[in-house]
Structures are given as structure tokens and as C-alpha cells.
Design a protein around this ligand. Structure first.
Ligand code: ZN
Ligand code: ZN
Length: 412
């Protein structure tokens, strides 16, 4: 038995005055409903009831790793997902190219988002040497749009430092502070503060910005840092269950989480991590790689993007695009041989525009191994009546592994 695990980011929703039906209830989803009809449905608290998950902590939990124990900041996931090597002791951070004024007030957290010169800007900063820590090697790379990753490599570093990105505009960049009393945290905060000051100077003087301004674009003159992280020390899925797992993700963060738990990334050029992604190309890639893997994780980000934008129609459209991918899978694989699991990493209701703690729907389908129930529609409300009941994110992989016959008996 093999498994395709599909996680649709932020797909869960809740009704509101303007939209009495959730996007899942409105969308035309014949393939999702077929899964519900054939499989066992339920609802899932990604972390725990009442806990609003981040995408990183939610994915860790759904992959079977207690985030309270294994979550060590988002930075390492971002870096790994961007293709940077991260070793024990390295501290990595998510970075944004931003536009600030001379008083360090943030004017645009993403410097207009359109940064075709991103790689050239990053080159000015990569390998920078700092007075506060000459022995620390700095790696700085640009990924997509305004997004970058910073890696600090050297002795006595800590990820226990505060974010410099306040997440809003028209306020000052926050100075980095140590979050514990260790000399490592104090030193790392000093390094990051110097990094900020020095890079601000380098970027402001760059002729690349003159060109940007001539083209009516905002200058890239500051770097906002957040999510300092280290690589968590854990047993991979292969070590725990002796399975070969692979991941198809457009967005680097998810590829990073998948890598940490031992999944091999499968790169699909048409997977963008946005609403314009090609879900059929992702489904086809899963089919193409199923023979050489036991489990394939497919991540779809667009549902969460539409949710943060409060765009109901776009979320419905994204759900229908994922439904088409599920149809492709159903048309091309045998449910006697492959389990399909469909869920979300958390709710992101249109009316809230952010992650909430609502449980999300989940369905597991496989012939001759799953005890199906009477649910025949895949939605938040319908799945609440299903045979899986209400489970935790941490339960998902153990249930899948049991259905795939990969677990050992507990007791005699
Ligand atoms: Zn998410
Ligand atoms: Zn989100």
C-alpha cells in the first residue's frame, strides 16, 4: 500500500454573514465528494483545539512530530527549502527586501514585491563580514519576489532572538533582542543588529536603486529579519517507519519542513506556490513518482493566499483546481494499492483573513483497508459527522502508517 497525502494550505473555513456557505461548500468538487463517499471522514485539530497554528508547526504536527518539542523556528525550513545546506549549529532567518526611510520607518515590507534585481542585491550582501563576529560566515540568498534567506554559520550562535520585522508598516524596524539570558543569544542579537545597519548602508548606496527609481519602483534599502531557527534533531519518517517519502511543494517553507522529516523534494516547474500554480502538473508528478516512493506529500499553497487576501471567489477557484488534480489521481491509480488522504493544515477563514483554530476536514480513502462511513460530501460540516471523529494532527501519520501496514503491534 502507498499513500498520497494532499495538504491544502488554509483550506478550512467557517461561515459568516456575507458568506453563509464555506468556500468548500460552494465549490463544485465532484472528486472531493467521491473521496468522501468512498472513504472515512473526520475533522482534525492540526495542533490542539483552540490553538491557532502556523503553517510550519501545523505541518510538523501532521507529519507526526509534536511541534512543542520539535519546532525550533521557521528559519531552517525556509533555508532548506531554498536549497541552502543547513548544519547543526547554523542559525537561519527568513528575510524580506524592504523599503525604509532614513529613520528606519518601514514604508513597504516587500519593496513593492517586484524585484527582478533580487539576485544582484543579494550578491552585495552574501559573504559580508561583520565587526561583531569576524568568524561568522554569512550566506544571503534571494529566492522569489522580496523573499530571501540569511544563514549565520559559526560558533556560539543561538536562534533564541526576537524578530526585527514588526509585520506592519509605518513603524520602526525593531532592534533584535535576546530572548534568554545566554551569552549566545546576546551575541546573535548583536550580530543581527550590525547586519541590519551594515546592509542598510550597502543597499542605499547601490546604483541598482537609481535604476529602480527611474522605473518608478520602490528602492530596496533595508532587510527585515524574522523567524530565527535551527534544524530540529529528529528521527526521519524513514527511520521511524522504514518508508521512502517524497514531497511536491511550490513554496520553499514546505519543501523545507518536508526535507527535515526526511522527504525527498520532487521539483515541478509549473508549481509556483501561488494561485496560478498548475495543480494537474503536481498530480501528474505524484503519479510519475509513485512507483519509487511509499508516500508522496503534495502541498497546495494557493488556498491560503486567497484566504489571507479575503478573496472568496479565488479560494473557490483554487479548491476546484485541486479537485481537478484529485480527479486525475482517481482516474490513474488503483485505490487497492494507494491510499489518498486529503486535508488542510489549518483553517484560514475568508472573514478572518488569518489562521484560526477551527478544526479542518479530513478524508482517507483506500480499498480493503479503510472502514468507510455515510459522509458523501467533503466539507467542514459534512466531515464532522464522519467515522474518524475528531482527531489531532499528530494522529494523521500513525493512522496512515497503520492503514499501510507499516506499524508494529503495541503489546503481545
Ligand atoms: Zn498553512
Ligand atoms: Zn497563512
Amino acid at each position: 500500500m502507498k499513500c498520497i497525502l494532499i495538504i491544502c494550505d488554509g483550506m478550512g473555513d467557517r461561515p459568516c454573514k456575507q458568506y453563509p456557505k464555506t468556500p468548500l461548500e460552494t465549490a463544485n468538487t465532484p472528486a472531493f465528494d467521491q473521496l468522501a463517499k468512498k472513504g472515512i471522514c473526520g475533522i482534525m485539530d492540526p495542533i490542539s483545539p483552540g490553538i491557532r497554528p502556523g503553517s510550519d508547526t501545523a505541518h510538523l504536527a501532521i507529519f507526526g512530530y509534536d511541534p512543542y518539542k520539535y519546532y525550533k523556528g521557521r528559519g531552517a525550513f525556509e533555508a532548506l527549502g531554498a536549497g541552502i545546506e543547513v548544519n547543526n549549529g547554523d542559525v537561519t532567518l527568513r528575510a524580506n527586501f524592504a523599503t525604509i526611510n532614513p529613520e528606519d520607518i518601514i514604508l513597504d515590507r516587500r519593496a513593492g514585491r517586484k524585484i527582478p534585481e533580487g539576485d544582484e542585491f543579494a550578491k552585495l550582501i552574501n559573504n559580508l563580514s561583520l565587526n561583531s563576529a569576524t568568524e561568522v560566515k554569512i550566506t544571503f540568498i534571494h529566492t522569489v519576489e522580496h523573499r530571501c534567506v540569511l544563514k549565520l554559520e559559526g560558533p556560539n550562535l543561538s536562534h533564541n532572538v526576537s524578530d526585527m520585522d514588526p509585520d506592519v508598516i509605518n513603524v520602526k524596524v525593531q532592534p533584535c533582542k535576546p530572548l534568554d539570558n545566554s551569552p549566545e543569544a546576546k551575541r546573535t542579537a548583536e550580530i543581527l543588529n550590525e547586519f541590519y545597519a551594515k546592509t542598510k548602508e550597502i543597499l542605499s548606496q547601490s546604483p541598482l536603486n537609481e535604476k529602480r527609481q527611474q522605473n518608478g519602483l520602490l528602492p530596496v534599502n533595508g532587510i527585515l529579519l524574522r523567524g530565527a531557527g535551527i534544524i530540529p534533531d529528529l528521527q526521519t519518517l524513514d527511520e521511524k517507519y522504514h518508508i521512502r517519502a517524497a514531497a511536491i511543494c511550490g513554496a520553499p517553507l514546505y519543501r523545507g519542513v518536508a526535507k527535515v522529516v526526511g522527504m525527498t523534494p520532487i521539483y515541478v516547474p509549473e508549481a509556483t506556490g501561488r494561485v496560478d500554480t498548475n495543480t494537474l502538473a503536481k498530480g501528474q508528478a505524484a503519479l510519475d513518482h509513485l512507483a519509487s516512493n511509499d508516500l508522496i506529500f503534495i502541498h497546495i499553497k494557493g488556498t491560503d493566499n486567497a484566504s489571507h487576501d479575503g478573496n472568496y471567489e479565488q479560494k473557490v477557484m483554487m479548491i476546484e483546481k485541486i479537485d481537478a488534480m484529485v480527479q486525475l489521481l482517481l482516474d490513474n491509480l488503483l485505490l487497492e494499492e494507494t491510499l489518498i488522504v486529503l486535508t488542510a493544515d489549518h483553517a484560514d477563514p475568508i472573514c478572518v483573513r488569518d489562521h484560526t483554530a477551527d478544526p479542518v476536514p479530513i478524508v482517507m480513502v483506500g480499498e480493503n483497508c479503510v472502514l468507510s462511513d455515510d459522509v458523501d460530501v467533503f466539507s467542514e460540516r459534512a466531515c464532522a459527522k464522519g467515522g474518524l471523529g475528531r482527531i489531532h494532527g499528530l494522529d494523521v501519520i500513525p493512522i496512515i502508517m497503520d492503514l499501510m501496514d507499516k506499524t508494529k503491534k503495541f503489546g503481545a
